[in-house]
Ligand binder design. Sequence first.
Ligand code: NOJ
Length: 547
Amino acid sequence: MGLTADRDWWRQAVIYQIYPRSFKDSNGDGLGDIQGVTSQVKYLQSLNIDAVWLSPFYPSALADGGYDVDDYRDVDPKLGTLADFDEMLNELHKVGIRVFVDIVPNHSSNRHIWFQEAVASEPGSAARDRYIFRDGKGANGELPPTNWISHFAPSAWSHESTQGGTGNQWYCHLFAPEQPDFNWDNEEVAEDFLTTLKFWADRGVDGFRIDVAHMMKKDLSEPLKDVPEPVTLDSKVAGNEVLFDRDEVHEVFKSWRALFNQYNPPRVAVAEAWAKPENIHRYASPDELGQAFNFDLLLADFDATTYREIVTRNLAAATKYGSSSTWVFSNHDQVRPATRYGLPRGADLIAFKNSNGRSETLDIGRGLQASIAAQMFALALPGCTYIYQGEELGLPEVLDIPESQIQDPQFLRNNKFDKGRDGCRVPLPWTRNGSSFGFGSACAHLPQPAHFSEYSVEAESGVSTSPLAIFRKALELRKGLVTTEEMQWHETGDPNVLHFSRPNGWHCLTNFGQSPIALPPELKVIHASQPLTGSVLTGATTVWMSA
Ligand code: NOJ
């Protein structure tokens, strides 16, 4: 079968995110690995996806789930070797599945050779200039240089002594202290990332997911500027351009595009850019990365008016700027949608997680229905859909991980303010029984709840009403149905129901409300997000129909 020659394959693709440490453990050490992915090529093929995106598998001490990279051009020995990676790539390519790797350019880990060199070098040295080192404020430099805060610590500055440095400087980290930020004004840094991209592209990698693409360039002119009080990490707040969404970052991505276009087919990329909404298209433009994650649906309530506005606005932007829209409901950072949509509107997700799921009434049945309906709605749209591992099984968020087993710095570093993201990173269940439900031959690195048994691949396979069967059929049908980028809305007269069609006569109807509605009698049902009874569309259901 192999890969098609289509240069535009990514515009209407389905891309499946693998969080390697939690996908499949081949050697019984409790951590998922590269050979684990290779062992499941058949499963991935059975999903009818176009590509997989692997979250970081590079050597890392896991201060932030692998987003603290020691070496960008190697595989973590706990996860395998470069030869294992090549074998996986080859096996996936053989069955027509392309591969994205995750590039983490804003920061390395504190174990990266360059950071080790920087800490061991003098202030003002070339080695320190690859990162952001500064003298502190206060009579003896005892205060951080600015008021910048970090995602995973109160301050974005740590004193070099915390890393074994003997001088009196501070270094910047917008994430954990183990994730020092690079100085993107330094030519060597820019050159080195081109080398890394080339390293993976030359091996045959098809695309790249770019971590926090909006954060790489900062205003580092002297004196460094504070950001407005109260300090936030929100790029939409005026004044925060000091740190986020700066014009200069686009020059970097233009140089990356020049490299991508040297390959046939050109390598593709997608930006994770929490930028100002009016700026996101810049990251996605054809002369830069080509695509950017659109997190609007991920953040939205399950609501017809909201969904319609989001779709209309994003498709118009994609057409205007020559990109293709992306649809995203979940990833390794977000509460799984089956749980999110099972909560009352406006529920405080952090409080909910911190209470181990006790602070709100959760209707997991409705949540699961809404989540599958929402994902089938998106799969019918023009554009590219990203599916996070386990969504095809309808996995809920795991809410009761004991504090002692939490790994996420979002919890550990922030005075336990937010229980964090481990609840969506619990290893996948493959079998009903057995150690770690078939994830591996030992315990999984995060504890799996007993109910994972009923969500396992084994339990759901062959059951026509299971999330897995519904996803598989949807993805198979979609392959044959998606041909162009046009869609048209049809008025339904019901504010809770959306109806659109594609030029080839394919219709998608979603009922966001509670009350059933009659299906259009002139159309024939081809697939539904849950079994239909009679010719009505129940609440929280999507149906695909043909003329
Ligand atoms: C975004 C990634 O998705 C997240 O998991 C990580 O913690 C931060 N970037 C820092 O790399």
